[in-house]
Design a binder for this molecule. Structure first.
Ligand code: PNS
Length: 163
């Protein structure tokens, strides 16, 4: 049984993330969407909210589940016996950011990272842009699952701005 781990902050999960998850699932028997912590980021949604939105968004995707990774991603992959980490790339800038993480994760536990090229029709979709657009009253309904669009609306109308 092959298992892929698709990690990320998922703040929030987008249609671009789901495209990568589907591509991973086409190659591996099981996929774990791993909601992890990136200390470089200030999150709009807390970990439980990111987890819940990701879970709702993968409903109906056979062989895909969502888990919280509170610690090191490489250790989590070793613990669950992951075959590989799978990451989607939108372009060269993504690769530059991912390259060091892939090498570090392999250094830590030997886990390999497999990169998939995302759908070019979604190359403009990034969680940071989605939040910025939602915060300025723009329409994100074709960028994120409907539950995420609703959660963005709720979060931003509660706070008046990104938390
Ligand atoms: O969506 P992001 O923020 O680009 O995802 C980055 C993430 C969360 C996958 C990365 O920061 C991560 O793996 N965090 C978990 C802690 C860890 O293992 N850090 C070392 C990474 S080499």
């Amino acid at each position: 049984m092959s298992l892929a781990v698709c990690p990320g902050s998922f703040d929030p999960i987008t249609l671009g993330h789901l495209d990568a998850v589907r591509r991973a699932r086409a190659m591996f028997d099981e996929v774990v969407v791993a909601v992890a912590h990136n200390p470089a980021k200030r999150y709009l949604f807390d970990a439980e909210e990111r987890l819940a939105l990701a879970r709702e968004s993968v409903t109906g995707l056979d062989g895909v589940r969502v888990e919280l990774v509170p610690g090191l991603l490489a250790q989590y992959c070793a613990d669950v016996g992951a075959t590989a980490i799978v990451k989607g790339l939108r372009g060269a800038a993504d690769f530059d950011a991912e390259h060091a993480m892939a090498l570090m994760n392999r250094h830590l536990t030997g886990v390999e990272t497999v990169f998939v090229m995302g759908d070019p029709a979604l190359a403009h979709v990034a969680s940071s842009l989605v939040k910025d657009i939602a915060q300025h009253g723009g329409d994100v309904s074709d960028l994120v699952p409907s539950a995420v669009a609703a959660a963005l609306h709720r979060a931003l109308s509660n706070s008046g701005e990104a938390r």
